[in-house]
Design a protein around this ligand. Sequence first.
Ligand code: GLA
Length: 335
Amino acid sequence: MDITKQIHNHSTWFTLTNDHDVSIIISDFGATVIAINTPDKDGNVANITLGFMHSHYYAQHHDYFGATVARVAGRLGGASWNGHQLDQNSGTNHIHGGDHPSISYSHWNLIKLIKTDGQIGAVLQYISPAGQNGYPGRLSISAMFVLDQNNKFTITYFGNTSAPTLFNPTTHIYFNLSGNAQRLINDSDLQVNADEIAETDAANVPTGTLLSVAETPFDFRQKTNLGDALSKLPNGLDTPFKLNTQTDSKPQLRLQDPLSGRKLAMHTNSNSLILFSTTGFEGDFLVDGTRTMTSQLGLAIEPQMLPDAPNHPGFGNIVITPDSPMIYQNSYTFN
Ligand code: GLA
């Protein structure tokens, strides 16, 4: 197992490599997952996330490729909380923690590198001053990235605040298990342990109603081909799935690409996953150095508490106070 470091103009990339051909690149710009390289069934190693080959592209493309999104990742209707006006950066609503400046496009400090018998990793930290993006409280966020010898990659976010505020971060990784974005995600099979999705309005903000997935194209309780499901969803997926469990016992999501043989299993201690199929996301730029951005090129899997939680009873608590630091943990196992 090994950690190497590559210094670029505006960022440093840390590559974590285990003894089973899995390597993960983390950048201190936005605490971003630049790449996750895994072998296919024949041992060919390729990147299973969408990203860029050069560090300067990360400052140009503000679509959160692999980035940590904070303080609050999902949408907040009306962009306000407890009398505080937050950035209105999606119509009159707030999304991805706001943008003046965005935590996802800021420099994070390296706190330590981790090297133990079975694990390697890095801890990055960002101190968000009181008032940033409109949020009260000085919020310290630590992001711990750890890869182990069982091909499990765990991201843990620790929050500490000087005053009550909101904290609901995510990592915005777009997955494509074909490797180096060779094929669309339509070939993949998806399974999500969610009986319900959050209904959303025209601005994609939750209404507070939960809808059953039964007999809808959002029913992924059994393994389902993504191409089949997306053919019934003209706008694709940009959908909060309410998870049936918040425990660590069995994966809440499984994604697999039968052609390459690559599989991903995910655990989270949050109560939802927002799945975004990049439908309608066309761009004249290359991802992974190989392929022009297009619909269905990636599936963003964003673990977090249900979006707009402060405005809907039952959506969960995302208020952090000085007496109650918060920990969010998400893990991704590859095989
Ligand atoms: C999330 C949102 C989408 C889109 C993407 C990319 O998935 O739900 O609407 O904004 O992030 O930024």
